[in-house]
Design a binder for this molecule. Structure first.
Ligand code: NAD
Ligand code: MG
Length: 383
């Protein structure tokens, strides 16, 4: 199977290449993309020999193009090249592993082209869930969730008419037990130090605020076509139970594994078959206990804001997502306090009116409006 790996230099990219390299007979790395890390991408091309590479955040550079050509890879530049590769006739599967709103256009292009889409980029469904799902129905694209919770639900989910609710688990991040008054002073380094997972910086901060779970609730609404009241969140600090599905008869099915993204990645790659992911076998006897608790919405206001956006519908989740991206970036740059993230999002949601999200242009307009409102709020809070 020819795989185009979007976001190859990131955390999802690394885990995907690890799984794929174990199964050279099944998968051919057809394309690798990165935003700007040319040297790292070149190194990956030397190892995996793709037909195409894309540096989507860069303009044409002939010297660089020649160096990639030496390892047999044709290098393309600019974000339009992502859509080109996503829809290429020889691309069979696309790993959507770009972080943030920047992944929407290429994910949608892959869906419209009817590819098998392995979806890590949750922001695409948060921003434009209705559009992406409609495009998938029209093109026959197969959307396979890579986010560990959604992959877990996918594995446990059979007939929707018998499903009572789904429960997404969350680790609670690094600040689950920190005194709430101390949250204002936490640093970016403390926020990205996740207890169980090694991930990119943006999603690590999202895990610390629990906005990650909020985005995942919205993602689940679209993937499994469930109303918000049937999607629950439960904190499970050990990250062993990745999510649960409850059925009408009271049966609850869960998927368990060690916290290792190679498990859901291998599941999505091979579905409906099963392949070795490289993850260690789960040793339940060695685990002291598995615990669960309800999330505290005073500690994690971002989770409540995400439910609000989901209930409001239309462009509201795109506004939430854009405000969050701007606020997280400002926090990582030391321009905003950790607790300012929720504040900025709440203010932006109040200031930017949501409307119907009927097409991509409308969604992108809401995204842009929310970004400028969020930047202004960040500056005002810093003053
Ligand atoms: P990361 O920061 O480690 O990597 C991001 C990748 O996207 C890099 O290859 C980078 O070059 C590329 N990229 C960044 N900005 C871009 C832009 N403007 N245009 C094009 N490419 C760009 O991120 P990650 O942790 O691998 O996360 C990727 C996605 O997967 C996110 O949507 C995240 O929510 C989701 N996800 C990640 C994990 C995880 O364990 N890392 C788990 C579940 C879901
Ligand atoms: Mg997840």
């Amino acid at each position: 199977m020819n795989l185009a790996l979007f976001g190859a230099t990131g955390s999802i990219g690394k885990s995907t290449l690890d799984v794929v390299a174990r199964h050279g007979d099944r998968y051919r790395v057809f394309a690798l993309t990165a935003n700007g890390s040319a040297e790292r991408l070149l190194e990956l091309c030397g190892q995996h020999r793709p037909r195409y590479a894309v540096l989507s955040g860069m303009g044409e550079d002939r010297a660089l193009r020649r160096r990639f050509a030496e390892s047999g890879t044709e290098l393309l530049f600019g974000s339009a090249a992502l859509e080109l590769v996503a829809g290429h006739v020889e691309t069979q599967a696309v790993m959507a592993g770009i972080v943030g709103a920047a992944g929407l256009a290429s994910t949608l292009a892959a869906v419209r082209a009817g590819k098998r889409v392995l979806l890590a980029n949750k922001e695409a469904l948060v921003m434009a869930g209705a559009l992406v799902m409609r495009a998938a129905r029209e093109s026959g694209a197969q959307l396979l969730p890579v986010d560990s919770e959604h992959n877990a639900v996918f594995q446990c989910f059979s007939e929707k008419r018998f499903v009572r609710k789904i429960v997404l688990t969350a680790s609670g991040g690094p600040f689950r037990t920190k005194p709430v008054e101390a949250l204002v002073a936490v640093t970016p380094d403390e926020a990205v130090a996740h207890p169980n997972w090694v991930m990119g910086r943006k999603i690590s901060v999202d895990s610390a605020t629990m906005m990650n779970k909020g985005l995942e609730v919205i993602e689940a609404r679209w993937l499994f076509d469930l109303e918000p009241g049937r999607i629950e969140v439960l904190i499970h600090p050990q990250s062993i139970v990745h999510s649960l599905v409850e059925y009408a008869d009271g049966s609850v099915l869960a998927q368990l594994s060690n916290p290792d993204m190679r498990v859901p990645i291998a599941n999505a790659l091979a579905y409906p078959e099963r392949i070795d992911s490289g993850a260690q076998s789960l040793d339940l006897a060695a685990l002291k206990s598995l615990s669960f608790e309800k999330p505290d919405l005073t500690r994690f206001p971002c989770l409540a804001l995400a439910y609000d956006a989901l209930r409001a519908g239309g462009t509201a989740p795109a506004v939430l997502n854009a405000a969050n991206e701007v606020a997280v970036e400002a926090f990582l740059a030391g321009r905003l306090a950790f607790t300012g993230i929720a504040q900025v999002i709440e203010d932006v949601m109040a200031a930017v009116a949501a409307g119907p999200a009927d097409d991509l242009a409308t969604v992108m307009k809401a995204d842009a409006q929310a970004r400028s409102a969020a930047s202004a709020r960040v500056m005002a809070l810093a003053a």
